[in-house]
Ligand binder design. Structure first.
Ligand code: SAM
Length: 178
């Protein structure tokens, strides 16, 4: 918690929040994930791993979780999870396609602060997300407002909305299907 707060104090635009997501938000984001089979999940903006831990706890043998985190201190904490299924990546998600093959991912789960990114950057990231997802795969993103709902609707054929009040601050969740 202190590590994340310190990162937020130094660069709030990059972290997008002062504290990590609640376990309730992690649970609501991942409720559509089918954990009964091996899956390849990519996490964008994993922070210290509040959603990562939730995913790892349910993933079957043969599954893989590739988790991107740009901040070095947060990445260090994330890497300490040391689970065989976890592949932590200390890089900008703008380079997603350098690490992940097209049409190879079942779910992309994201805590990226979309509202703080330039439109061009968002379009680039969402385009890359669409490319790496398998047909029928899901992009699941939380946001504290509905700012980017029109953008997601433009880039994905189907977008459903969820809401989790038990989080600081309460958050909307987009479930976008490729
Ligand atoms: C709102 S926090 C979410 C952290 C964690 N997933 C959670 O839910 O508690 C956003 C995270 O995205 C990371 N981030 C922001 N821009 C990024 C980028 N371009 N590439 C990779 N990570 C990024 C931040 O460092 C921060 O850890």
């Amino acid at each position: 918690m202190l590590t994340f707060f310190k990162a937020a104090y130094e660069n709030l635009a990059q972290t997008g929040s002062l504290v990590e997501s609640s376990s309730r938000l992690a649970a609501r984001m991942t409720r559509i994930v089918n954990f009964n089979r091996p899956v390849h999940i990519v996490e964008l903006g994993a922070g210290t791993g509040s959603i990562t831990r939730h995913l790892l706890g349910q993933m079957k043998t043969g599954s893989r979780l590739t988790a991107f985190e740009i901040n070095r201190q947060l990445f260090y904490k994330l890497s300490s999870l040391q689970q065989p299924q976890l592949v932590p990546v200390n890089d900008d998600v703008c380079r997603l396609q350098q690490y992940v093959c097209n049409a190879s991912v079942d779910y992309v789960i994201s805590g990226l602060p979309l509202a703080n990114l330039a439109l061009q950057t968002k379009e680039h990231i969402l385009g890359a997300v669409r490319s790496v997802l398998k047909p029928g795969g899901f992009y699941i993103q939380f946001q504290y407002s509905l700012n980017d709902r029109p953008l997601l609707r433009r880039m994905f054929p189907l977008v459903q909305l969820g809401f989790e009040p038990i989080n600081i601050p309460p958050a909307f969740i987009y479930y976008a299907r490729k």
